[in-house]
Design a protein around this ligand. Structure first.
Ligand code: TMP
Ligand code: ASP
Length: 240
């Protein structure tokens, strides 16, 4: 059993602690919610536990599907043990249907199907509001080299296939989601951060009801209930 050490980093939705093993961190998921680069703030009661438990199920499922992740094991309702990584400062967004910022920017109706997954890249920088960047920016500004970027893209597509199939059996359409990658101490590239209703758009496959953070971003109400509904479906899906 590892021992929890000093707080290394506190983000908007998680805290990261050192452990007595330099290759391992403990992440603690918080109920705090922010949107629009921190301009909107609130709490979603129970969210920390929901996101930790959903991420645990999904990371294990992805590992079984051949995707390397930072996940080691869930430690408690709100905490998990993960491999220590240096995060690559690029957020990879994968879209199966047009929604959110893509729909707004390009004047598309939300839910417009896309013939194949669309990948987008954002520079992870709060002060700049996570600006959209191109593959050239990523490579030439040194955030990731060309080979790493190709690996991230291939992993993102594989993750989309695995997640889409998993959520389908939960009666949920995976509209889009955001990924972060990191390098472990031994230099391997792994999926990091979380996969949860905070970082995915998840619509009920029959009714189209939103079961994700858009309920908070857009003041739709029923936020806690939507997170609990997703947890129940994902944990049932894990057993299927
Ligand atoms: P977007 O449509 O606002 O660009 O969001 C695309 C996806 O990325 C959506 O599933 C929500 C997720 N996302 C995050 O996880 N963090 C963020 O900061 C943003 C802007 C989006
Ligand atoms: N995580 C983001 C923020 O508050 C925004 C979002 O998820 O919409 O900065």
């Amino acid at each position: 059993m590892v021992r929890q050490g000093a707080l290394l980093y506190e983000g908007k939705a998680k805290k990261v602690y050192a452990t007595d093993d330099p290759g391992l961190y403990i992440v603690e998921y918080k109920d705090d919610a922010t949107a629009f680069n921190g301009q909107k703030r609130g709490q979603i009661v129970g969210k920390g536990e929901v996101n930790n438990r959903i991420s645990a199920v999904l990371f294990k499922m992805l590992e079984r599907g051949g995707v390397a992740t930072h996940f080691v094991e869930q430690l408690s309702p709100r905490t998990s043990l993960v491999k220590a990584v240096d995060i690559i400062p690029v957020e990879v967004v994968v879209r199966n249907l047009a929604a959110g910022s893509m729909a707004a920017r390009l004047g598309l109706q939300e839910g417009t199907p896309l013939a194949r997954p669309v990948l987008e890249f954002y520079y992870k920088n709060d002060e700049l509001g996570d600006p959209w960047v191109t593959e050239d920016h990523i490579e030439l500004l040194g955030w990731a080299d060309a080979a790493t970027l190709q690996q991230m893209k291939a992993m993102a597509i594989r993750i989309d296939q695995l997640l889409t199939a998993f959520f389908r059996q939960c009666g949920v359409t995976l509209v889009d989601f955001k990924l972060e990658f990191g390098r472990t101490r031994d230099g391997s590239l792994v999926l990091a951060d979380e996969i949860s209703p905070d970082t995915c758009r998840l619509w009920d496959a029959k009714t189209g009801e939103k079961l994700d953070k858009d309920r908070f971003r857009r003041d739709l109400g029923g936020v806690e209930a939507a997170y609990q509904e997703m947890l129940a479906r994902v944990e049932k899906g894990e057993l299927a």
